[in-house]
Design a protein around this ligand. Structure first.
Ligand code: NDP
Length: 285
């Protein structure tokens, strides 16, 4: 039997409508307009599209959005100063530094400057520490969206083996932290795989939940998937002008019990969670 397709687009619409309602209520009560400022350095076309989509989503939810666009040759110092200015600007609640930054810029040093209260991506070490300790201020948008997708399926995660492919700070590592927490949609036994993992195929074959976040087109094939597994595909790869995930969708969907498509899966949920975090930031500040 073919897997249930977890419709991230539809779920994201529900979340965005809910955020829009909450934003309207918040504005009425506080007279404050939640405000996200995004910083985009350089001309990377994919990053420009991501930022535009995030801005549009903000506007639709009643969140003010500002874009600070800087040329690729911007210096570390200049970017550092801009972040400090935004930290000090009381009208700005969320600061988003679109990654990747140009190679000459020390990305970690810039993310460390963002005021943790305005860090709606949850990349600052203070926010990462809070997540690790199980008392998050913000959750990083992609793992947050995946958590909500898992909850929407009402599947049992407690005691299940979740295998995460990829150990990035943005997806793999925080996803693992969310899945090992106590509580609903969590309590899993987690394995993280990366490019140095041995016996990767065997490990994935033992997974009840697979989260693929490596950026390799159709890497997870049907022979790696246990019948009935839940498969979450984070990957976004452009192959011959077409977007494909890290999972061979057509064959894996015949084996899995539930699967996310690409596009229309994790991506839209990531944006919806950014809106939620921005509203939270406006409430905190
Ligand atoms: P990174 O490039 O930061 O990390 C990739 C990870 O995959 C690394 O840990 C790497 O291992 C691991 N990896 C690479 N090749 C292999 C392999 N052959 N076997 C096992 N592990 C491997 O990627 P991100 O986490 O930022 O993104 C992953 C994918 O998700 C990308 O396609 C990205 O575009 C997409 N993405 C989608 C989002 C969405 O909203 N849908 C949001 C964020 C990302 P090692 O550490 O050893 O190098």
């Amino acid at each position: 039997m073919s897997a249930e397709i977890i419709d991230g687009k539809k779920l994201a619409i529900t979340f965005r409508e809910q955020v829009a309602q909450e934003v309207a209520q918040f504005k009425e009560q506080s007279q404050i307009v939640p405000h996200l400022t995004a910083i985009l350095v350089g001309e990377d076309p994919a990053s420009a599209v991501y930022v535009r989509n995030k801005q549009r989503a903000c506007e639709k939810a009643g969140i003010q959005s500002t874009l600070k666009r800087l040329p690729a040759e911007t210096t570390q110092d200049k970017l550092h100063k801009l972040v400090q200015e935004l930290n000090a600007d009381q009208s700005v609640h969320g600061i988003l530094v679109q990654l990747p930054l140009p190679k000459h810029i020390d990305e970690v040093a810039i993310l460390d400057v963002v005021n943790p209260l305005k860090d709606v991506d949850a990349f600052h070490p203070e926010n990462v520490g809070l997540i690790v300790q199980g008392r998050p201020r913000y959750l990083p948008c992609t793992p947050y969206g995946i958590q909500q997708m898992i909850l929407s399926t009402e599947m049992e995660t407690a005691g299940k083996h979740a295998v995460i492919l990829g150990r990035s700070e943005i997806v793999g590592k925080p996803m693992a932290m969310l899945l090992i927490q106590r509580g609903l949609g969590a309590d899993a036994t987690v394995t993280i795989c990366h490019s140095r993992t041995q016996n990767l195929k065997e490990i994935v074959q033992s997974a009840d939940i697979i989260i693929a976040a490596i950026g390799k087109p159709e890497f997870v094939t049907a022979d790696m998937v246990k019948p009935g597994a839940v498969v979450i595909d984070v990957g976004i790869n452009r192959v011959n002008e077409k977007l494909v995930g890290d999972v061979a969708f057509d064959s894996v969907k015949e084996i899995a019990s539930a699967i996310t498509p690409v596009p229309g899966g994790v991506g839209p949920m990531t944006i919806a969670m950014l809106l939620k975090n921005t509203l939270t930031a406006a409430r905190i500040l």
